[in-house]
Design a protein around this ligand. Sequence first.
Ligand SMILES: C[S@@+](CC[C@H](N)C(=O)[O-])C[C@H]1O[C@@H](n2cnc3c(N)ncnc32)[C@H](O)[C@@H]1O
Length: 515
Amino acid sequence: MTAAGYVTDVVYVPGFYPQMSPVAIRYVAALNGVIPPQTADSFRFLELGCGLGRCLTTLAAAHPRGEFVGVDLNPDHTAAVARDIAAGKLDNARIITADFGHLPDDIGVFDFIALHGVYSWVAPSVRDQILATARERLAPGGLLLVSYNAMPGWAHLQPIRGILQQYAALRTGDSAQRVRDALAYVVFMREKHAKYFEDNPRAAAYVDALVKQDPRYLVHEYMNEHWTSFYFAEVAGAFGQAGLSFVGSLPVFTNFWDLCVRPEFQELFRTTTNRLVTEAHKDFCANTAFRWDIYGKSPQMMRSPDDRLRKVDDLHYRVARSDVTLPYQANLGVVTSTVQGPLYQSLLGLLSHGRSMQLSEIIAADALRGTPSADLVRAIDAGVAMGLFDITAGPVGDVPATLPESVSIAHPFNRSILETDSLGGRSLALASALSGTGHTVGDLDAAILHELVERGRDGLSSRVATRLEASGRTLQQNGQPVADASQRSQLVEEACKAFIATSLPELVRLGIVTA
Ligand SMILES: C[S@@+](CC[C@H](N)C(=O)[O-])C[C@H]1O[C@@H](n2cnc3c(N)ncnc32)[C@H](O)[C@@H]1O
């Protein structure tokens, strides 16, 4: 097993990324006219470089009919994943300690392969192994998701990565100590007005973001020997050589060039159909720094709009937030777009109270009678892109008007995550088999939920406040730590009330909490 220049002395941070969910990947394929793998009965999902495995395990808990295999070379990572698999009773998940060049022969082929935070950070030889894995292990019709640091958004930041790495190489200690020293040096250079920072104010501002990061994240982002950022065409070329073609990208809005590119640049997009060209221009117009791209092996194209109803009608749509009103505005980086009008008003009415519906049900709804189905599908897709609507794996339930005093958590995985990670200082994701993905809650909300299911509502806020004091986790208000204990208790009480009023019903709707 070889790390090929990838850091192994410091463990990474846990994280869940909804982009990794088969629901999101399948939706983007459908949006781009590609028939995605079916997931209703069974499917196989491989994650390369799964780190602490929170995507793998959360998705395994959310898709009991899928089979999930994770690979990572760091045994400390895989031991943590194995613990989560055992505690969560995930008999549909398997973790393998190996480098990508030495995958076990018996792992077979997969409907989905996903790798996040890997492709830009590994040696060229390891990228070749990833491409070979894609070629050999992705089933025909399968989809692959790859994320990477992109150009031109990284252009003004690359020198910071260079100086961090060069300075760290002069220091002693483990990678976390060396990256801390290197970052302190970069801060010093900025304070002393090194000309690079004078000439590149956005790079100077970026240092503030770095200082707030967990050193373990900084190690894995910046300390790898072979860190690279890519132009879209380079990655598309490499996967093309491996027999895969570009399908689309996440987040969903990136598939709509008019949501990414200001009107004055849109002529090229109207006249050019070559996606390789338009993606490159889009990245330039939007100064893209990070991409999540989906590739397909021998993708089967939809032949008519009805194919979407025939092949992907298991997906459901719902209103993303209960407080949404029209006109609804979204700024997705460069362009501000507005959603309004009677069609969206009817859709919001139809999908009210957190209810989800299939595309075919929406098309057949009385409230929308007379609207051509193509217009409806377009409106739904644009609404998803702008964050007005969400996609779920299946029907999402209703919530009783009054929730009972006592609630429980059915899935052992969610119980074990709450037990280990509440008040850990970072948000955590709970798995929903109804939505087919993870739902992120803050670590204070996680502690409130944990107390609620363990010991009920009586004295809830004082129990959470006691736990907070014992944990040493600081509470912040307006970006400042709250020093006064009674003010902290007050904030905890407000957090408990808000949790019960808004977050709890949503968790019940998603089937994460049972009422
Ligand atoms: C930045 S981390 C991302 C982890 C995870 N995907 C996430 O987003 O939280 C990259 C991971 O790839 C693993 N890795 C790097 N090179 C590898 C290789 N050649 N074979 C297997 N795993 C590798 C590292 O150990 C690390 O856990």
